[in-house]
Design a protein around this ligand. Sequence first.
Ligand code: FES
Length: 366
Amino acid sequence: MPERLAPPDPPLSDGVIAVRPFRAEDVPAIVAACQDPETQRWVPLIPVPYTQADARRYVLMTLQAWHDGTSAEFAIVHATTDTLLGSVGLVLGPNPRRHAMGYWVSPEARGNGFAERAVRLVARWGFENLGFERLALWTLPGNVASQVVAERSGFRFEGLARNWEEDRNDRPVDAVMYAMTPEDLVDAITAEDSEADPINVARSPKPTLAPVPRHLWAAGARVAPFVDVAALTDLAPGGMRRVSLADTDLLVAWTDVGILVTDDRCPHMAAPLSIGELAGCVVACPLHEGRFDLSSGDTVQMPTTGGLDADGEYHKPWSPSGVELKPEPPTTKMEARRLTRVHRLRYYPTRIRDDRLEAQIPILPE
Ligand code: FES
């Protein structure tokens, strides 16, 4: 029998939103939210069409579940007006330390970060007050908005579970699996603090992780184990260094927006970026004048050889001012340069543990 939980009193709040159990007064707002086609598309359990009676049943069901200890469903509401914004809930498993989470947000409340705030409030409550060790989350592969909320809140991608769910017609469908541990939540909050205040990060010698673009994780990195990369005392603001783990050469850079780990390989022709020059967030490659923004992964200056940018657009060869443009090499070489694509940088997820920098590095041979 799952452990019975009491709703936190006073309700959890971060000053912008609060989470509390559902009430009868929420029924009209629940009906409006659950009649939204997007909500119905991604939450197969929601009846279609959705009526007042469905919403009343839903409120009663959530209150009964609190009582039975089977789930802890919260209404996400505006902290001052108590307007319903959505829902975040815990499905309580038999193991008192490992549970699952889910959420939805009303159409007019989307795009304001309310779901992230609610997920963090409830996750923190579980980790700090109730001894939770892991929260799982699954979402349909096409539900990108939900995946963005998950990753911004601190959940980490774990894989694709085939035939995990059923659609409205009882057909099996795949699900994207995420999970969050207490450490993941701390890392997400630390990364967001850096993102929120890059100026202070630039001025502070305190080691902070850079908020790198999460769609640019290196292949396989999000599910790889964390490994030790460097002591923080060996890093300095504005510095770069190469760290080689087995046959993987990493670039550890302490940029204006914090510390990040990427490959020590120019995205043009693989020269070691660690011996280039770092100015703010832009690293200048020691070959071909290429310049790359370490905070966004983008090329800010194409190499002198020209070639294709990350989006496949061709750029002509060029030369720095005062230097004569070299004649084009023989045909095959010229063709190789023309077809060389300068990809965006890829990153390895990082965390700080006991004054050491750790990163998720896939497939490290013994
Ligand atoms: S190898 Fe870096 S710009 Fe060419």
